[in-house]
Design a protein around this ligand. Sequence first.
Ligand code: BF8
Length: 646
Amino acid sequence: MSEDPELEIITVECIRTPPEHITPDKVPAKVEERAMDPTVKEVLSKTMLDGVETVWDRLEKQQPHCKFCEAGLSCQRCAMGPCRIMGEGKSRGVCGAGADLIVSRNLLDQIATGAASHSDHGREVAETLLLTARGKAPGYGIADEGKLRSLAKEYGLDAEGPVEKVAERLAMAMLDEYGTMKGELSMAKRLPAGTYSMLKEAGMLPRSIDREIVEAMHRVHMGVGADYRNILTHGVRASLGDGWGGSMIGTEASDVLFGTPQVRNSKVNLGVLKHDQVNISLHGHNPVLSEMVVRAASLPEMKRRSEEVGAKGINLVGLCCTGNELLMRKGIPQAGNHLSQELVITTGALEVMIVDYQCIFPSLPNTAACYHTKVITTSPKAKIPGGYYLEVNPENAFEQAKRMVAIAVDNFKNRSPERVVIPNHPVDAVVGFSVEALRAALGGTLKPLLDLILEGKIRGAVGIVGCNNPKIKHDYGHITLAKELIRRNILVVETGCAAIACAEAGLMVPEAADLAGKSLGNVCRSLGIPPVLHMGSCVDNTRILTLAAELANLAGVRMDQLPVAGAAPEWYSPKAVAIGCYFVGSGISVSLGVMPKISGSPNVIQLLTDDIQGAVKAKFWVEPDPKKAAAILFDHIETKRADLGL
Ligand code: BF8
């Protein structure tokens, strides 16, 4: 039980893997099959020997997956079903829906879920900005006044006068975007003119963020639309509302509140945990929570308190995208990405895991129950049985964060040193390549970057983004693809779990220039940058959009004409589906390493991998082998170069 008397908890059990599933002799081979990072392998091996269940075990226990669900051919939308499309006289559901409709509606549902998740995150940041401006969010402040005023101008607001007034106006304008009656989103004006008019013509320009998501939910109801093309056209529009709306607000408002990332050094992998300190991991997505924990943990009284329990301080480590936010802005070390979340606990060295929402395994309290770790949940949207619940909002966040840090300190005495394994080789990473940081490093304009691309010293750029998926050896897709691309003189920019994978593989230090092709390597050496640039969290995919839009504007072309592409080699999340769609909708073709659940409809496949080019001049590829994906992306970039006469 907690020593905090107000905290109640539902007790959950530690889930152990049945011994017949993983016996000690099978561990080394299983570890090799599952992971490639040495620190992950070390802790995964310990976890399996401890008999503690992980995501990989659960995936094995789920085999074989239902082949109808895998193909997108099962429908659970109404009480006349559930239905499956099985062919041979069973090619329609009870309502009469065929394969194309069922597959496209299921995909639209995924897009809407992803767009809603990121956009709702953005809304919470904008709400925090509003409360900060009104003096109702103790602990928060305006960290980047310059960016605040320039965003206010971009929104067509009065950018002069007291900072709080400008922040209030901007926050209100951002919140208005969610249901605006203006007919379009303010930041869609960042799109190059040619791309903007192409989207307008295709009926894909979002009218407001929430409207497109609500309409998507309307459209997946039985009996609304039956034309798969029309359904997926709306999917692209809803995703663009996330990319140029909700997620972009998340990024920009976070920069205003917490600072625009600048280039800095940090360390990554499970080796960032410490034997002699109170370890707290920050997991989830929204910096609105994690920034307050950073502030609380740095209070001298907390350090004193930790010394009273025999620790030498408090060690904060990041996980997943809230970790990426802290890594970029504060240099807080990052313990890992999506598939490392259980392993941070199973090191036996973690006192508290603080979470908000998204990408958090619901079974984490079960994992924690095998050790002394306490999981603290904080969002009314994301309560987890077995987790302690300390509700956080902008008004109370700082006070609640202090309480969480105190719980962690008190829990230090419950750690069993004999059960602890912390790998001792954290890896260096240079992070923080926001568009602003890049522009500053290049002398105040992105023109030198464009020139390097036009001259061919950099052949083009690929954004590698998205998750881990236990169906793919942990991090293999990200690392292999990045290495193959930089070898071909293609600059790689990354966010999310992809970025952490490559940081852990040592690709985010200037010395990694030696792994790049000759001309990219020379560019990196002359600028002192890595060939793989860390651009942030998953909402920060909008930094990649902004970068591409600025380059296209400088070159006077549409975004689809640039020699660039996107890739999500290990995606799992509906957020990644929305991201893929807003990249393609913006004119950036995307390679997926995991097949979406669309194989049941050859027509939907044809639409997404070819026909969609008629509307947005970009498309998807699905290529599980990252080496083959690199070859496809290289050819694509060379074709774009040739089309531009380069
Ligand atoms: O939002 S990259 S696994 S942590 S969904 Fe999740 Fe995917 Fe990681 Fe970040 Ni994005």
